[in-house]
Ligand binder design. Structure first.
Ligand code: SAH
Ligand code: AVI
Length: 328
């Protein structure tokens, strides 16, 4: 018999597998491929191989965001535990939840932690990390959600003193309008006594930022090229890798990295599942993602517009990255 007080308790809710969702996702891809510039949605990045490649990116010497955020968490997790008295830690876009262990440790040490709720579209990585965390913290329950943080916040279980964490500056991969919608949804999900913990990469020397996406080992390029491979597999597309050069550049006006490809030559890409052909001109852009960088006043204004008030703001020593706590 299972003793629920000492055995890890894991449940996984899968929300992303139904046919309607797939149809919606394919339709969004269809329209993004016809936009200006053309875009292959960033969601194509995170299949199993993509998640492994992203994990490799976080260990690259040039990719400073992960280390900078870890530095803040190592210094401030105790304070965050004290301020929030979090009983449930929810993590949006959790990935491997590697840095999150610092928070879980602090909440466990404070004696308040009861439950961890990681949410991610990537099924495999979510299951692996949910199991590892359940094993490491035998007295808490782990409720994983395989879902989309842009539409599945209603699946977050109710409870008192919840901390909704969104780390890694993943919010920067959303366009400003989508960010505003997501922040409003988060504000609506917060009950009195809940907190929102947000990690954001800050605007800094563009050379430092650009290097983080043009690493010398070429892992970022492999990660982004994997989106073409995923589209070939799932959309019946016929992307030929050699017909695209990887190009990740800093856009000083938008203050984001623009990450994608330029077509080497004019050619047509066929998408069997979408029943569409896309004609690319020589040199034409195919964007895969943007990675926005933030300034304090800008993100505070975005949060305020969504009804969220910043109560704490911390950065790493070199002020490359910030972690903020907000309430509704
Ligand atoms: N939080 C981790 C991982 C960041 S990578 C860190 O800080 O290192 C971004 C993660 O978000 C990936 O695991 C990816 O699968 C997930 N993701 C991307 N878009 C998502 C969406 N719309 N809904 C849920 N998860 C998403
Ligand atoms: C997940 N996200 C915050 C990463 C970023 O830095 O924008 C994704 C990434 N793309 C290329 N390298 C890392």
């Amino acid at each position: 018999m299972t003793d629920s007080t000492t055995q890890p308790r894991i449940t996984i809710g899968v929300l992303v597998e139904d046919a309607d969702r797939r149809a919606e996702f394919y339709e969004a891809t269809f329209w993004s491929l016809r936009a200006t510039p053309r875009e292959l949605l960033a969601s194509w990045l995170y299949d199993e191989r993509g998640s492994i490649l992203f994990d490799e990116i976080t260990r690259l010497p040039e990719y400073y965001p992960t280390n900078a955020e870890r530095e803040i968490l190592a210094a401030r997790a105790g304070e965050i535990a004290e301020l929030t008295k979090g009983r449930t830690l929810v993590e949006l876009g959790a990935g491997t939840s590697e840095k999150t262990l610092l928070l879980l440790d602090a909440l466990a040490a404070a004696g308040t932690l009861e439950r961890f709720v990681p949410l991610d579209v990537s099924d495999d990585i979510l299951r692996l990390s949910a199991e590892a965390i359940a094993e490491r913290y035998p007295t808490i329950s782990v409720h994983g959600i395989v879902g989309d943080f842009e539409r599945d916040l209603a699946a977050i279980p109710p409870g008192e003193s919840r901390v909704i964490a969104f780390l890694g500056s993943t919010i920067g991969n959303l366009y400003p309008e989508r960010r505003a919608t997501l922040l409003q949804a988060i504000a609506s999900a917060l009950a009195p006594g809940d907190f929102f913990l947000l990690g954001i990469d800050l605007v800094k020397d563009p050379a430092v930022i650009a290097r983080a996406y043009n690493d010398s080992a070429g892992v970022t390029e492999q990660f982004v090229r994997n989106a073409l491979t995923a589209a070939n597999r799932d959309l019946g597309a016929d992307f030929v890798q050699e017909r695209f050069v990887f190009d990740a550049f800093w856009d000083p006006e938008r203050e984001w990295m623009d990450i994608g490809f330029n077509a080497v030559e004019a050619h047509t890409v066929h998408f069997a599942e979408l029943e569409v052909d896309i004609e690319l001109r020589e040199g034409e852009r195919l964007r895969v993602e943007v990675s926005s960088k933030f300034r304090r006043e800008g993100i505070e204004a975005e949060l305020a517009a969504a009804g969220l008030r910043v109560t704490s703001w911390w950065t790493d020593e070199a002020a490359r990255f910030a972690l903020l706590l907000a309430t509704g």
